[in-house]
Design a protein around this ligand. Structure first.
Ligand code: HEM
Length: 253
C-alpha cells in the first residue's frame, strides 16, 4: 500500500514486463542466430550453382527422404514468421508513440552524442523497416517454396525485381541483428568479466566486425544472384538440374 494524493493505493507486484523483456530477448536471439545460418546457406551460391542446388535439396529433405518436400521450407518459414511477429509485437511497445516523442528523442540523442543511445534509435528504425521488407520476403518464400534454387532464386532477384528490396532488407537485418546481439550481451551481462567497461569496448568492436563480415557476404551473394539472373534473363522459368539428382526429384528448381 502507498499513499497517493491522500488516498491509499494498492500496489501490485507484476512480473509482466520482466516476462515480456525476456520473450523479446529470447525471440531476438533465435532470429539473430537463424539469420547467421540463413546468410551462410544463401551464400552457398558463391561456391557455384551446384553448391546452392545441393543446399536447396538438403533443406527440402531430399537426402533424408529420397524425394524433395518443399513444404518443409514453407513450414520453417511459417515458424520463423511467427517468431518474427511475436518479436515485433513486443518490441512495438518501445517505439515512440507520436511525432512529438520522436522529435524529443532525436533532440536528446543529438545532445547526448552517446553511441549506445544512437544505436537504440537505429535498432528501432531498422526494426520498423523490417516489419514491411521482412514480411514481403517471408510471404513469397512461404507461398513459393519449390521456387528456390540457382536459377529460380536468381530469376526472382533479377527478373522479378526483388533486388532493391533485398538490398534494403540486407542493410536493415545486418545492422538490426548485430546491434540487437550487442544490446543483449550488455543487458544480460553475458561477457562482463572483471572489467565491464573494457568488455563493452571489445563488444562494440566485435559488433562492427560481425556487421561488416555479414554485410560483405550478403552483398557478394546478392551480386552473384544478380549476375546469374541477368545471364538467365531470356530463360526465366527454366530450372537448374543435375542429372544424378533428377530421377527421384519431383521439383527441380
Ligand atoms: C525460413 C525462412 C526463410 C527462408 C526459407 C529464406 C530463404 C531465402 C532465399 C532462398 C534467399 C535467396 C533469394 C531468393 O530465393 O529469393 C533469401 C534471401 C534473403 N533473405 Fe531470406 N529466407 C527466410 C527468412 C528470412 C528472414 C526472416 C529475413 C530477414 C528478415 C531474410 C532476409 C533475406 C535477405 C536480406 C536476403 C538477400 C540476401 C542476399 O542475397 O545477400 N530471410 N532468403
Amino acid at each position: 500500500m502507498i499513499q497517493q494524493a491522500g488516498r491509499a493505493v494498492q500496489v501490485m507486484k507484476s512480473r509482466k514486463y520482466a516476462k515480456l523483456d525476456f520473450v523479446q530477448s529470447a525471440s531476438g536471439l533465435v532470429l539473430a542466430l537463424f539469420m547467421w545460418a540463413h546468410m551462410l546457406l544463401v551464400s552457398s551460391i558463391l561456391l557455384g550453382k551446384e553448391a546452392m542446388f545441393y543446399v536447396t535439396k538438403f533443406l527440402e529433405g531430399k537426402f533424408f527422404f529420397g524425394e524433395s518436400y518443399p513444404i518443409i521450407v514453407s513450414m520453417a518459414g511459417i515458424g520463423i514468421f511467427f517468431i518474427f511477429i511475436v518479436h515485433a509485437a513486443i518490441a512495438a511497445r518501445k517505439f515512440p508513440n507520436n511525432w512529438e516523442q520522436f522529435k524529443e528523442y532525436r533532440a536528446h540523442m543529438k545532445m547526448m552524442k552517446h553511441s549506445d543511445t544512437s544505436l537504440w534509435f537505429w535498432q528501432i528504425f531498422t526494426g520498423f523497416a523490417m516489419f514491411f521488407l521482412g514480411s514481403i520476403h517471408l510471404y513469397v518464400i512461404i507461398t513459393h517454396p519449390a521456387e528456390i534454387g540457382p536459377y529460380a532464386s536468381s530469376d526472382r532477384v533479377w527478373s522479378e525485381y526483388m533486388w532493391p528490396l533485398y538490398i534494403l532488407l540486407l542493410l536493415a537485418v545486418e545492422f538490426h541483428g548485430s546491434i540487437g546481439l550487442y544490446r543483449l550481451a550488455i543487458k544480460w551481462g553475458w561477457f562482463d568479466g572483471k572489467n565491464p567497461r573494457a568488455s563493452r569496448k571489445k563488444l562494440k568492436k566485435a559488433k562492427w566486425i560481425v556487421t561488416i563480415v555479414f554485410l560483405t557476404l550478403g552483398l557478394l551473394s546478392l551480386s552473384a544472384y544478380i549476375k546469374i539472373g541477368i545471364a538467365h534473363e531470356d530463360k526465366v522459368g527454366e530450372r537448374y538440374e543435375i542429372s544424378s539428382l533428377l530421377e527421384t526429384t519431383r521439383d527441380n528448381t
